[in-house]
Design a protein around this ligand. Sequence first.
Ligand SMILES: [Ca+2]
Ligand SMILES: [Ca+2]
Ligand SMILES: [Ca+2]
Ligand SMILES: [Ca+2]
Length: 495
Amino acid sequence: MKTISHHTKQFVGRVTLLLTLALLCFAPLSTANAQPRTGTATTHFVKAGANSNGTGTSWANAFPKLQDALAVAQSGDEIWVAAGVYTPENAQSSFTLVDGVAIYGGFAGNEIARSARNWKTNLTVLSGDVDGDDLNSDGNFISESVTDILGTNSDVVVASNGVSRAARLDGVIVTGGKGGNGAGMNNQNSSSPTVANVIFWGNHAGSHGGGMYNNNSSPLLRDVVFMNNQAGRGGGIANLASSSPVLVNVTFKGNRVANQGGGMHSVNSTSTLWNVSFFGNHADGEGGGMNNDMGDASLTNVVFVGNTTATTVGGGMTNVNGGTLTLTNLTFVDNRSTDSGGAMYNYNTTPAIRNTIFWNNGGSESGSQINGKPEGIRNSLIQGDSNTDGGNLDGTLESNNPRFVRQPSDGGDGWGVGNNDDYGDLRLLSSSALIGKGNNSFLPADAQDLDGDANTSEPLPVDRGGHTRVVDGTVDLGAYEYGLHYRAFLPQTRK
Ligand SMILES: [Ca+2]
Ligand SMILES: [Ca+2]
Ligand SMILES: [Ca+2]
Ligand SMILES: [Ca+2]
């Protein structure tokens, strides 16, 4: 069956077919709030190795290059990209998102419905290796580490400029970018694309944002991983100039920086994080996991494990120079700094911390968990701190040991939990004293609809694992709730 093309829009007789396909694909064009168009939305097909004469009208007639489809796509269109490796033309060019156009990777190259794709098995790799000389001994064309990058690579693999949420990048691996800012993805000029089901892996920025750089930009990230990216600041993501990214179900693992913010670095920006994990990120400067400088942040159900700083403060998180920070149901374990604040360092900033666990973090000087004690800490546990005001638990009592299902492990090397170590299982055992010791009134409304039931005004419905957030009436401390997940499962996010 020939599928949607430029030509079909001229044939009224095929309208029924188009509608059928649109419904099959759950395409945005079939929804009530689709952007008005004079014609019919088109799906453009891209398949690595396809004949260079291809015009993208079907899998059999696919474009061989993603940039061919981006050149002709109009608002409301989709671009379906088959498994394979795709590179920009040269070091100065990028795959630039088109407003209103969705790029979907992860196809075998014969699907009729978008829902039939599998982006985790049909790998659509957007690579910056324009001269094809990067280390590829495993043959997958993914730079799992920035040391795989050799010769010439794209400064920016994916770019966006002033696009809306209707510009979408979905189901791809972005790898091998090497440049100054945003080697994996660079968002500029009030750009707010949707990025979903994407892995940013082994990109290297000399300045800001190895995986992603947001300059006055506010993308929505959903089901995204930043792994082994590197930068001067913001190994995974750097946010500058009034950026307001929203992250839902995102993991930062093994990202590194020479300066601040191993996982994420924000200056004068507003960061909103739902169900996020920072594992084994490292900064030579402040904020091994996350660095917030003069900005606001809201974190809910967030885990910091095994993040480190080399010579300074805030192994897990550093918050400096003001801003409103609301931190709800976080777990900080086995983060380390060689100065103050193994888990968290605050300077001229007083975050509101609720329902949170600080345990087994290390700093060589004062404040192995937190430097000082924020006034806004409630219903939380700080190891070594006996003050129980505001519903906090006595952190000097061994009976308040969180009793995690499995404590993180350094793999026996004695250097602490770092990249590629065991980040543990931070759910609580039934014997944990932290069960039911939180305060439900701190739970935010489900603004990003984490459980996909279309109710965004209900209280936070799920924990970091996607299981019921409040069990037996009262919320637990930390990112994971004890209980129902041993008996039932709720979907974590919409797919
Ligand atoms: Ca590889
Ligand atoms: Ca190269
Ligand atoms: Ca909901
Ligand atoms: Ca509970």
